[in-house]
Write a protein that binds this ligand. Structure first.
Ligand code: CA
Length: 225
């Protein structure tokens, strides 16, 4: 899941980026409203964390223009206490939820996950594919009764494949949603991680849920193997 953070205060932006990355998200940061709007309309994010008071364009303007451009990515607005703006205006303009600073990071994560579930396509709280069960909030993965331990990156790759269960997922989609903008390494890193996942979720159980679709990408199937 890929998140855009639009926040001009460096300390807050860094803390959000670090926390969200540790929670398994791919994170991009914009430091002003203009850049934030540009990214939010050019890149397919799963959610946007948007500060209200921003240089160049306010959070209000960003969300209003996103919606006007038919971009429906869920938006979580951050506002300062006693700010000059009214939060209800932000919601009216198209934000999906808001948090007043200072807020608890745990609450921000919970709100973000809730927004992603409600977002564009159906996003169930717990993802299943046959007897493979992934709980994004609890960060757990089970095959039947067996708990499978995954690294944050493995988890993010699996979560994305699970959310698009049965569909062909291109390597490029995985790179865009699991790795961030600064990733400049070999795109074959996707293959490496799919290999790690197969060794954890499939091979020990005699399964083959993740298939390679030659020249296209990967597909995770509920009844695989
Ligand atoms: Ca600000």
């Amino acid at each position: 899941m890929r998140v855009l953070v639009v926040e001009d205060e460096a300390a807050m932006a860094d803390a959000l980026a670090r926390g969200l990355t540790a929670a398994g998200f791919a994170v991009d940061v914009s430091r002003d409203g203009e850049d934030g709007l540009w990214r939010a309309t050019e890149v397919e994010y799963d959610a946007v964390v948007l500060d209200l008071m921003l240089p160049k364009l306010s959070g209000y303007d960003v969300v209003r223009r996103m919606r006007a451009a038919d971009v429906w990515t869920p938006v979580l607005m951050l506002t300062a206490k006693d700010g000059e703006y009214d939060v209800s205006d932000a919601l009216d303009l198209g934000a999906d939820d808001y948090l007043v600073k200072p807020f608890s990071f745990v609450v921000l994560l919970a709100r973000l996950r809730a927004l992603m579930r409600r977002g564009g396509r159906e996003r169930p709280a717990v993802l299943t594919a046959g007897d493979l069960v992934v709980d994004p909030a609890g960060r757990s993965c089970h095959r039947g009764d067996v708990e499978i331990r995954l690294t944050a990156r493995e988890f993010a790759v699996l979560e994305y494949l699970m959310r698009r269960c049965g569909e062909v997922v291109r390597k490029r989609d995985l790179l865009e949603h699991v790795w961030d903008d600064y990733f400049a390494g070999d795109p074959n890193v996707v293959e490496v991680y799919v290999g790690y996942l197969r060794r954890k979720i499939d091979q020990p159980f005699g399964r083959a849920a993740i298939s390679t679709v030659r020249g296209a990408g990967y597909r995770l199937e509920a009844d695989g193997g």
